[in-house]
Design a protein around this ligand. Structure first.
Ligand code: MV4
Length: 448
């Protein structure tokens, strides 16, 4: 089916990002927005816009019926969900399908499969992807101790409905096991309405490395290399880079090919991210995300491939624009997430941006819906923009980033820009010498 009008079921920088791709492809656009986002840049730039409800997300950006109604009113024949909100909601994909509207993403079946972390891991094993040693499926009160003894302490209990770090508990010894199990189960039941948990060997100092894949749903798929997202705070990524400073080209192409082959076997459609922990030279699958991710532009920077174009192509049945051997990795890219937050406490800082000057020059990309006079509403996440810097080498990329950060002006609110000025000057970061705990340790070490 051809796609002639796309409704963008999101807000902020990603709504603008998707809108830009639609315009390039000559596809008409519909913005939807809450009453709090009437002044947003993506609403101004879209061909049409529809107000879908009051500020709370559950009444607007998560309101499936309002979004479907907006499609019917405007005649949109496809929906791009962006990230977050309804992007990994299988029911939403099913409902759009029932209305004859194309969901720009994977099948509802694949979203469900990967949304349940136990079935995701079993699928990964079947597809030949290396996983973290752990339980074969759900852990119960009956098999709890035997499973932990087989795996060996320390172990980690994780919610099957979780992901993103919610509902996880470590047990360092046998004494801690039952408490960890009970706490994880009740947290999972409260947070997700599903108490089921599974168990893994706890890895103490891994890096978070994720591979970008895209498939056409007909058995063709490619990988676009990896991103290192180890620099996080409370499971919020702060700084991402491609390639990972920890990998060489042989490792990249070996695991990348395993990921692409797995996507071919499952006939995956759309963009996806296969997340690994990487420790002592080994990769361990943890989860797969079935959406476009916030940090996708660093992959675009090093491959020159527009991932939203590819998503739209495969959703319309046009297939991928590239084969694996046509994908050339070039240079290094770093993304800094600019949040409207205090750069040390991360307390949100909504309000009016009085001055806004985005940096420019070779190898610089700023994805942001912010502008001077824009009032950041307090109802949503605090991401106001992303700075993506590309260089021929990691050293050139870091030098450019340092220059660019000095040029970036956002006044009237607090932002995380000063944190990046600290990080770009840090010796461990310059050496690429960090793991998933580095940033929190650094913040604790350098706090006043
Ligand atoms: C782990 C782990 C150590 N061992 N699994 C956190 C989020 C979720 N996606 C997976 N997470 C982890 N799983 C095993 N077997 C440590 C983490 C983890 C983490 C992972 C990636 C990035 C940042 C993190 C911060 C704390 C814990």
């Amino acid at each position: 089916m051809t796609i002639s009008k796309i409704l963008i079921a999101n807000r902020g920088e990603i709504a603008l990002r998707v809108l830009r791709a639609c315009k390039e492809l000559g596809i008409a656009t519909v913005a939807v927005h809450s009453t709090a986002d009437a002044d947003a840049m993506h609403v101004r730039l879209a061909d049409e816009s529809v107000c879908i409800g009051p500020p709370p997300s559950r009444d607007s950006y998560l309101n499936i019926h309002q979004i479907v109604a907006a499609c019917e009113i405007t005649g949109a024949d496809a929906v791009h969900p962006g990230y977050g909100f309804l992007s990994e909601n299988a029911k939403f994909a099913d409902i759009l399908d029932a209305h004859g509207i194309t969901f720009i993403g994977p099948t509802a079946e694949h979203i469900r499969l990967m949304g349940d972390k136990i079935t995701a891991k079993l699928t990964a094993v079947e597809l030949g992807i290396p996983v973290v040693p752990g339980s074969d499926g759900e852990v119960t009160a009956e098999n709890l101790m035997a499973t932990a003894r087989r795996i060996g302490f320390p172990v980690l209990i994780k919610a099957t409905a979780g992901g993103g770090g919610r509902g996880m508990k470590v047990a360092k010894t046998e004494d801690e096991l039952e408490d960890a199990f009970n706490t994880a189960r009740s947290e999972a039941a409260a947070a997700f309405g599903n108490p089921a948990v599974y168990m893994e060997k706890y890895l103490g100092h891994p890096r978070h490395i994720e591979f970008q894949v895209v498939g056409d749903g007909e058995g063709n798929a490619v990988h676009l290399g990896e991103r290192d997202c180890s620099l996080q705070r409370r499971h919020q990524k702060v700084w991402e880079e491609a390639n990972s400073p920890a990998l060489n080209v042989e490792q990249r192409m070996k695991i990348g090919q395993i990921c692409a082959d797995a996507m071919k076997k499952m006939k995956y459609r759309g963009a996806g991210t296969i997340e690994f922990l990487y420790e002592n030279g080994e990769f361990y699958f943890i989860e797969m995300n079935t959406r476009l991710q916030v940090e996708h532009p660093i992959t675009e920077a090093i491959t020159g491939i527009d991932l939203v174009h590819e998503q739209i192509r495969v959703a319309s049945g046009a297939g991928l624009s590239v084969t694996q051997d046509e994908i050339v990795f070039s240079g290094h890219a770093i993304e800094c997430r600019i949040n409207a937050e205090d750069p040390r406490t991360f307390v949100p800082s909504p309000g009016t941006i009085t001055h806004f000057h985005a940096p420019g020059g070779l190898g610089v990309r700023v994805d942001s819906g912010a502008y001077a006079g824009y009032k950041i509403p307090p109802y949503y996440d605090s991401l106001i923009g992303k700075l993506i810097v590309h260089g021929r080498t990691r050293v050139e990329c870091m030098m450019r980033l340092r220059r660019v950060l000095d040029e970036f002006v956002v006044d009237g609110i607090k932002t995380t820009l000063p944190l990046f000025q600290d990080l770009v000057a840090n010796q461990d970061i310059a050496n690429g010498d960090y793991d998933i705990h580095w940033l929190e340790d650094y913040l604790a070490r350098t706090s006043a």
